[in-house]
Write a protein that binds this ligand. Structure first.
Ligand SMILES: NC(=O)c1ccc[n+]([C@@H]2O[C@H](COP(=O)([O-])OP(=O)(O)OC[C@H]3O[C@@H](n4cnc5c(N)ncnc54)[C@H](O)[C@@H]3O)[C@@H](O)[C@H]2O)c1
Length: 309
């Protein structure tokens, strides 16, 4: 059943009653944080990005700059737009950097304890009116919100990877999320050029509820010897018309993130069909996390990348 939520009349026309989002904080400068900063800055929004790891911040700046250069070369943005966007991004390692943000989007490692600690620590540094969002791929928005001082202004804003390219943002309301926050985040997603799909707050939401068990099944097919890496990826690319094979996609997402999502589904649904594949877990334990560490189901130190099994 589709639930159609009608905005309150005062919020419809020009969205005049919605809070202004002129400055966004981004916590976690990894693949997703840097992508979120990229699209926000190009939309003319000031970005304050923080990370525990200064090297991540440095890397994020480099990635944004390189990706915007590519857009300039393709004539999708001008050099002036690139320069203006990069100038809108400031970085730091401490929470007070976020004290003038209208919205803070958390995009740190997919571990519930890490996210709880972040939300507990950041809250005292925020404006009372500031909204909080998590880019979590799977963790309960209601549970994350409950650890903050503002569950009514807390929401799931789930961008896809790579953020500048992918058109979807899944928006997930926690049980306490108010309508103004939902409408403000929906309007922001539109401003960033994205299409919104709303999801109820259940483990892994919509995209990952469907996608990651498929990846996990591909890991089982490899684990059980049904096919090798090349045959599984070729089968799904040419047989199901997927642009990337499931194991190549797992490397792109990050094997740690995939394993965490399966863990959340397994725990949250209590159903053995979501058991994380032992081979996926072994790769994570080896630190073979995919593209971001240079090795996962493929070895990226060679061109073209070679299967690791
Ligand atoms: N990778 C994907 O395809 C994808 C897609 C959608 C959503 N997500 C979600 O986005 C989030 C980030 O994923 P990612 O792929 O960018 O991970 P990543 O490993 O590339 O980056 C995570 C960053 O968080 C930083 N970090 C860790 N603890 C921190 C803390 N306490 N404070 C500040 N920074 C901290 C790390 O230093 C790192 O730079 C996760 O919740 C993930 O589930 C990922």
């Amino acid at each position: 059943m589709t639930v159609d939520i009608k905005p309150a009349p005062a919020e419809t026309a020009a969205g005049s009653s919605l809070p202004t989002i002129a400055t966004i904080g981004v916590i976690g400068a990894g693949q997703m944080g840097s992508g979120i900063a990229h699209v926000a800055a190009l939309a003319g929004i000031a970005v304050r990005m923080i990370d525990v790891d200064p090297a991540s911040l440095e890397r994020a700046r480099g990635v944004m700059s390189k990706n915007m250069d590519r857009q300039v070369n393709r004539n999708t943005i001008t050099a002036e737009q690139r320069d203006a966007a990069l100038a809108l991004v400031t970085t730091g390692t401490e929470y007070p950097v976020l004290n003038d943000c209208d919205l803070v989007i958390e995009a740190a490692t997919e571990k519930e304890a890490v996210k709880h600690a972040i939300f507990r620590s950041v809250a005292p540094h925020l404006k009372p009116s500031a909204m909080l969002a998590s880019n979590t791929s799977s963790i309960s928005i209601t549970r994350l919100a409950a650890a903050t001082d503002r569950p009514h202004r807390f929401i799931g804003m789930h961008f896809m990877n790579p953020v500048p390219v992918m058109k979807l943002v899944e928006v997930i309301r926690g049980i306490a999320t108010d309508e103004v926050t939902f409408r403000a985040i929906e309007a922001l997603a539109h401003k960033l050029g994205k299409t919104v799909a709303t999801s109820e707050d259940f483990p892994a939401f919509i995209v990952n509820r469907v996608l990651v068990p498929m990846i996990n099944e591909a890991c089982y097919a490899l684990y059980e010897g049904v096919g090798n890496i090349t045959s599984i990826d070729t089968a799904m690319k040419l047989g199901a018309n997927h642009p990337m094979g499931p194991l190549e996609l797992a490397d792109f997402i990050g094997l740690d993130t995939c394993a965490s999502i399966m863990g959340v589904l397994y725990e949250g649904m209590g159903d053995s069909k979501y058991r994380p594949c032992p081979l996926l877990v072994k790769y994570v334990e080896a630190g073979w996390l995919g593209r971001k560490t240079g090795k996962g189901f493929y070895d990226y130190s060679v061109t073209p990348p070679q299967p690791t099994r």
